[in-house]
Design a protein around this ligand. Sequence first.
Ligand SMILES: C[S@@+](CC[C@H](N)C(=O)[O-])C[C@H]1O[C@@H](n2cnc3c(N)ncnc32)[C@H](O)[C@@H]1O
Length: 283
Amino acid sequence: MRDTAAPGAWGHASSTGQGFTHSTIVDAHFAACRPAYEAALRRVGVQPGWRVLDAGCGSGSFLPLLSELVGPGGRVSALDLAPEHVAMAATVARSLPDTPIDVRVGSLLQLPYPDGSFDAVWCANTVQYLTDDELGRVLGELRRVVRPGGVVAVKELDVALISVRPGDRFRFADLFRTAGASPGYAQQLLRSADLYRWLTAAGLRDVRQETTLIEHFAPLSPQARAFYVPACAELARMAGQFGTDYDSNYGTDYGDPRRGPPRYAPEAAGGMLWLSRKVFSGS
Ligand SMILES: C[S@@+](CC[C@H](N)C(=O)[O-])C[C@H]1O[C@@H](n2cnc3c(N)ncnc32)[C@H](O)[C@@H]1O
């Protein structure tokens, strides 16, 4: 059995060794869920002229919209642990010449920016890679680099809401409950439901949560197929090792509605957005 606490155990690792961070799977995920994710970013309330940090920017999928939101008078900084992601994000940045965008390699654990550098931080699907200890430190860093009154926005996935039909609607929940019993990636994914408390404990105020249900129905779009087929295949392999295994076709032609029963409805995934405001402490 694979050690689920090992960084790359969940497949699709990038050069950092973290599972599910390879740009092929991350970009496919973004493309499959793009309307919902961009709507979530729009709800953050980024204003023209703002300085925004994209923390854990990946290959830069959010840079075009961030650039549009802050406009020519604003500034976007993007940071990621994986050098190859930073190189891709830099290419995206060069295609957006109207907005100043700087991109660099770095860790959320030690952000290379002075206190109060930003009006807002956008951190999408990245805190899932942090241990509990690291999460506390990173939220402190996000808070530090945002000006008083600025916004820290964390978008995460709630794996307990993932359901695939037809079949047993609790299969994903079973997998994550079993895998999440010990420390590691699954446990960190399950922690999304508690982020409200984490953000509050980090000293952020006016914390609020919004949950978006993302549904895909047959016939799947090419973008949805491109993500859910390989992602579910990987999860099916993990489930097999935990004894919470899937029907044999889930990891193979699961995404093809022509091979499924009538009214095939393959996926509903919950995305969560956490917004919080930094309040000036006077210290
Ligand atoms: C799932 S991807 C999300 C990318 C992008 N935010 C998106 O939503 O499309 C997570 C990204 O976080 C980066 N990452 C993980 N841990 C990090 C850390 N400690 N500091 C900076 N980036 C990190 C990974 O390299 C990866 O690019």
